[in-house]
Unconditional design. Structure first.
Length: 308
């Protein structure tokens, strides 16, 4: 009588066919094509399953030094990217088990095996299916929670009024990343004149409108690739990757000119600093820009000051 290793070899040879059956089954159910990376990871799982069939180890001991769990993690990541939910994860693995079983029924003469060997194959198939489904769901759940926490953190870091990132997100991610990726970065901080006085006198609606006008004008003038954030109550900061002090000054001048146009001119000031000329890191650059802004505010009259 032949043993389970014969079935394992037959499955390994038939991996492309099993994979194609599984893909067709799941794409029909999902109504969309599966990404090739997901299909490739499922192929790796099928090969690992053939190794498990040959191994005398129980499923708990067949770790392959964590390699199998790593593959399951990759599958979960691809499933999440494809918009799966937990039910879809379960169905993916259930369909894979069905495809393997049908393939074996068609290609292997099970009557030529000892009953114990057939039973051993079936038990191992169920054990592997249960383990990968449970592990896949756990990994999928962890990925979902990570993305949810990241989204919540992102939302909390965004300014509700302007929709711009807040100071914390700016300091932790936006500016450090820009400095890391570019040899030169210009920073401009705009500040509305008399904002605090307007709020203190009860003109909250007027102050809100002024801030939104500043944010909108910055949106119109500043290049699309620039980073933006809201600082404090009335400050809008922009990051200009690759820009010089002169380029940043010209952009600032355009913003301030547009703000002062019309019967309801809006005075504002701007401070400019450039990495690495005015600061060796993100903290130094922000300090230099605020120092320049402070000088501009003392000068008054919609001034623009470049850090020295």
């Amino acid at each position: 009588m032949r043993d389970v290793s014969v079935i394992a070899e037959e499955i390994k040879t038939g991996v492309p066919e099993i994979l194609e059956r599984w893909r067709a089954d799941r794409e029909k159910a999902a109504g969309e094509e599966f990404p090739s990376r997901l299909v490739e990871e499922v192929r790796r799982v099928l090969v690992i399953f053939t190794e498990f069939l040959r191994s005398p180890e129980p499923i708990e001991g067949f770790t392959r030094e964590g390699a199998t769990r790593a593959v399951v993690g990759e599958i979960s990541a691809r499933q999440y990217e494809s918009g799966r939910d937990a039910v879809g994860v379960i169905e993916d693995y259930a369909a894979l088990r069905r495809c393997v079983w049908r393939f074996v029924e068609e290609r292997v003469n099970l009557s030529s095996f000892d009953g114990g060997e057939v039973s051993r194959f079936f038990i191992k198939l169920m054990q592997a299916s249960d383990w990968i489904t449970e592990s896949g769901l756990r990994a999928f759940d962890e990925i979902s929670h990570q993305h949810m926490e990241s989204a919540l953190g992102q939302a909390a870091a965004m300014d509700i009024l302007t929709g711009l990132p807040g100071r914390d997100l700016f300091d932790r991610r936006l500016l450090p990343l820009a400095i890391k990726e570019h040899e030169q970065v210009a920073l401009v901080i705009f500040d509305l004149a008399h904002f605090s006085e307007t709020v203190a006198s009860g003109g909250i609606t007027q102050a809100r409108q002024a801030l939104l006008r500043l944010a909108g004008t910055v949106e119109e003038v500043v290049p699309e690739e620039a980073g933006r954030a809201r600082f404090g109550d009335d400050e809008i900061c922009i990051i200009l990757p690759g820009a010089s002090a002169e380029e940043a000054y010209r952009i600032s001048e355009d913003v301030l000119t547009r703000l002062t146009e019309g019967p309801e001119g809006l005075p504002a000031d701007a401070g400019v600093a450039v990495y690495p000329e005015h600061g060796d890191d993100a903290g130094d650059l922000v300090t230099a820009a605020f120092r320049a802004l402070g000088t501009a505010k003392r000068v008054g009259g919609s001034g623009i000051i470049v850090a020295r």
